[in-house]
Design a protein around this ligand. Structure first.
Ligand code: DGL
Length: 281
């Protein structure tokens, strides 16, 4: 009788698409990148994930390019010193302002950025009227202008800056009256513009997607980019060398430049992630 073709697990090549043997560093101005971390934990469950929340300096959306580039360089240098093989800039604002600086500084390191999902929105919209919710910094950036030139020509794009929204989400209470008032204020112009698709162009906003859905109406499709970012991370990781330690447990490590107890609480509530948090300068 022929034996089934079974390869012992120890001899099988590690699966990079699941993150085996990989160390991935990611950062955001604060808690927003946790929306990307959540997707990575789900789809690359064997990766070692290193996350830095720059909450002590959040929000980035109302800061200048030089400041954000300085933070992005310092944070990425730290992540690389901890063995990160890929850097995920889990922040639309930092991507718009600083991803080119990081790529220039470390040309050999894969650096994945996040940008508002205008391309999928144009493909999915029926009436070709699309709202983009993002920080003032993202919407004013050259990178966003180019994105609209390349992918937004076949639709009416209504940019809606949301000053103060990321800051309110940083507080960690996702259903506070202040947060509901901001969501309502930013949704109203989009309702008036009769958009049928709305892009969440800031990684903080997926945490208030249910509030936006309620304010915009059930017929409006909301686009989040976390899935696309972690898919791109899987793609760029495919060629990287892996350090598979059969005894290593997958871990997620958290650092913050703000309050460590606050990040620990939020990670537990939003991601069911229970882990100590270290302080990052
Ligand atoms: N989460 C960020 C983004 O995706 C930045 C929010 C902020 O700090 O203003 O743009």
């Amino acid at each position: 009788m022929t034996q089934p073709d079974i390869v012992p697990t120890a001899l099988m090549p590690p699966d990079t698409s699941l993150g085996e043997g990989l160390r991935i560093g990611l950062f955001d101005s604060g808690l927003g990148g946790l929306s990307v971390l959540k997707d990575l934990r789900q789809h690359m469950p064997f990766a070692q994930l290193l996350y830095i929340a720059d909450s002590g300096n959040a929000p980035y959306g109302e800061r200048d390019d030089a400041f954000i580039a300085g933070r992005a360089l310092a944070i990425s240098a730290f992540l690389l010193s901890q063995g990160a093989q890929v850097i995920v800039v889990a922040c639309n604002t930092a991507t718009a302002m600083a991803v080119h600086t990081l790529r220039q500084r470390w040309p050999q390191v894969p650096i994945v950025g996040v940008e508002p999902g205008v391309k999928p929105a144009v493909a999915l919209s029926t009436n070709k009227r699309i709202g983009v919710l993002a920080t003032p910094g993202t919407l004013a950036s050259d990178k966003f202008k180019r994105l609209i030139e390349v992918h937004g020509q076949a639709a009416l794009i209504v940019p809606q800056p949301c000053p103060g929204l990321a800051k309110e989400i940083e507080a960690g209470q996702l259903d506070s009256p202040a947060l509901r008032a901001l969501v309502e204020a930013f949704s109203q112009p989009l309702r008036e513009a009769d958009v049928d698709t709305v892009v969440l162009g800031c990684t903080h906003y997926p945490f208030v997607a249910p509030l936006f859905q309620r304010a915009l109406g059930p017929h409006v499709r909301i686009i989040d980019t976390a899935r696309a970012v972690s898919r791109q991370t899987q793609r760029v990781s495919a060629e990287l060398p892996r350090h598979v330690d059969p005894n290593a447990q997958p871990t997620t490590q958290l650092w913050t430049s703000g309050s460590a107890p606050h990040l620990a609480q939020v990670a537990a509530r939003w991601l069911h992630l229970h882990t100590p948090v270290s302080v990052f300068p």
